[in-house]
Design a protein. Structure first.
Length: 615
């Protein structure tokens, strides 16, 4: 709910028909059941406000719009409009009257509008109204979305209405949404414009066409719908999502970003969907260690394709005084103090395949499980790490990744309350990449020996000290790089992405150098710098922007590592690396390629640094 004119207070004021102060932390759902909230509606014939309770509410239309500061009409101003002509000259008054006229033409008698139907001088009424808002939009006969900054359909996508936090639930909750331009001309309804709106908002088309499917989407997907939206008050970015997640909670203006943390804790109480943890750090200069919960919905911007993993068993988890208590699949990495844990969610990617009998294309969907890095703090407590990346995607096609050991641990909710561990020992060149953008590469990784002329394993080895490090992100007409390590061997794979965002070529090199020491001996520091996002001065130079330079980089990388790799190559122990022919796409059309890496060396438990020194 918009709160520009609400009192700046975090406590409920005590007055008649207001919730007593000692009920501040009683669940709002209980209060609403025991003391039904008044719903005020505008009689479109008389322009008078009428009060209704519970089951007595008649059919009504509801108005969705963006506020224009002091031009809006408050509850108090609407009540005195009959004797105060100044109120009638406000733009907000004219807007509501025009909406009433439309309601009357549509055969309804009542309209609800958030500016004048709520007494926002009462903190308790405001809190109850915001907790009821989603239901009010859901139960309306029709919602009128008034876009005051749109003249024609050509400017539809640029409307401010699509950027505001509160209009998200106003778009999704009603059974029918009609869009109007500034002259109250109909632009179309939500179903007709679903494809266009999805392109503007990144909301899934099915959710726009069928509102009953909203709760079928993962937490991460629903959060992604709000990632690019803003609210005037920081708390409202959490409060505007209450209905989207079917949550009731008290409003405490003044708590700032804590409101979003409180919302996530409430969601955890009623859901076992671990995609709430699958968010990304947005900026490369963000703190490398953080709470396991996201600071805002913006961190979920690239999570629109995250779904519940159909192959992963759901397990109960809960909030305790040590953090979130969970039982997760855990894999240790070669980076000191860093582990990866598997969540019960996956990124859904799809490709199109032809069918001769049906004569059309079939969408083939595949799921890649999400793993997030954690840094060990003390005992069984871990903090969220964003080094070397906020998450990675792994395929579970091989037994080695299908059933990793489950571990009981606690995920820290407030990093200020624990002893902060030292930053993981990540190679310095890897520290400054951009972890918030996906590399475009999905990894299928395993270890073992293959049968001749086939993809069947004759032996399967346990993977040792796994690390998957995005070195440089995907970009238009640039290369992305990924480092994949197991035991003492690493694979650097590069992909050149063309102007259409499609993979045009790829190259890989195996190195006996997981800590990236020997590789820095390449002839040109500028060429070596092209592997990393941190050296932004090289991102648009000739050496980084074409397939020829990609092959040149890997040729020199092979030369630098040739001596230490010669034994592995002669004995046929160098990894097998293949790339699938067709790229997969997420729901927004972004391309990903699937890389299969099979480490054939029997796991070597010798410390990597010792092995390098011997080399």
């Amino acid at each position: 709910m918009r709160t520009d004119q609400a009192q700046k207070t975090s406590a409920f004021i005590s007055r008649s028909r207001i919730i007593p102060r000692d009920h501040l932390f009683v669940p709002l759902s209980s209060l609403l059941r025991s003391n039904p909230l008044i719903m005020r509606l505008i009689d479109v014939k008389t322009l008078k406000l009428k009060e209704f309770f519970g089951q007595d509410i008649p059919p009504y239309a509801i108005l969705s719009h963006t506020w224009k500061g002091n031009t809006e009409v408050t509850f108090e101003e609407w009540e005195r409009a009959a004797v105060d002509d100044a109120v009638k000259y406000k733009d907000g008054y004219a807007k509501i009257v025009a909406a009433c006229s439309r309601v009357h033409d549509d055969g309804l008698q009542y309209l609800w509008c958030d500016t004048n139907c709520i007494d926002k001088s009462s903190s308790a009424e405001l809190s109850e109204a915001i907790n009821s808002m989603f239901a009010w939009y859901r139960d309306s006969t029709v919602c009128y979305a008034y876009l005051h900054d749109v003249k024609t359909k050509d400017t539809f996508a640029q409307s401010r209405w699509f950027t505001r936090g509160w209009t998200l639930q106003e778009l999704l909750a009603p059974s029918k949404v009609l869009f109007f331009n500034r002259c109250w001309t109909v632009l179309g309804d939500r179903s007709e414009l679903a494809e266009v709106i999805s392109g503007i908002t990144r909301i899934h088309v099915d959710a726009l066409k069928n509102r009953s499917t909203i709760y079928d989407y993962s937490i991460a997907q629903r959060m992604s719908w709000a990632a690019d939206r803003q609210t005037t008050r920081s708390e409202d970015i959490a409060y505007c999502l209450l209905g989207i997640f079917d949550i009731n909670m008290p409003l405490l203006y003044g708590e700032g970003p804590k409101a979003f943390t409180r919302l996530q804790r409430e969601i955890i109480k009623v859901s076992d969907d671990q995609s709430i943890l699958a968010w990304d750090s947005r900026y490369s200069d963000d703190p490398p260690l953080s709470s396991v919960l996201a600071p805002s919905p913006a961190e979920f911007r690239f999570c629109g394709s995250i779904v519940r993993d159909p192959e992963t068993q759901c397990r109960v988890y809960s909030v305790t005084n040590l953090g979130i208590s969970m039982n997760l699949a855990l894999i240790e990495t070669f980076i000191t103090g860093l582990v990866m844990v598997g969540l019960n969610c996956a990124v859904q990617l799809q490709s199109e395949g032809g069918n001769q009998r049906l004569g059309n294309c079939i969408k083939l969907r595949r799921h890649f499980r999400i793993w997030i890095p954690l840094c060990h703090s003390r005992h069984q407590v871990y903090v969220r790490s964003h080094l070397p990346a906020s998450k990675i995607l792994l395929h579970k096609a091989y037994p080695i990744f299908s059933r990793p050991s489950l571990t009981d641990l606690f995920l820290c909710l407030d990093i200020r309350q624990i002893a902060i561990p030292q930053s993981p020992e990540v190679p310095q060149k890897v520290l400054h990449h951009s972890p918030h953008l996906h590399s475009g590469i999905v990894v299928t990784i395993s270890s073992g020996q293959l049968m001749p002329l086939g993809d069947i394993f004759s032996e399967v080895y346990p993977l040792n000290n796994i690390s998957i490090v995005p070195l440089k992100r995907q970009g238009v007409s640039t290369m992305s790089h990924l480092l994949i390590s197991s035991g003492s061997l690493s694979v650097i794979i590069s992909v050149f992405w063309n102007t259409n965002g499609l993979p045009e070529g790829w190259q890989h090199t195996t190195i006996f150098d997981p800590n990236l020491q020997t590789t820095s001996q390449m002839a040109s520091q500028a060429e070596w710098a092209c592997f990393f996002d941190s050296n932004r001065q090289y991102l648009h130079t000739k050496c980084c922007n074409n397939t020829f330079s990609m092959h040149s980089l890997h040729r020199k990388l092979k030369e630098a590592c040739a001596e230490k790799m010669s034994t592995y190559m002669k004995e046929g122990k160098d990894p097998v690396v293949t790339v699938e022919n067709k790229p997969l796409r997420d729901m927004f059309g972004l391309s990903h390629i699937v890389v299969h890496v099979i480490f054939r060396e029997s796991p070597n438990l010798i410390d990597c640094k010792t092995a390098l020194n011997r080399g």
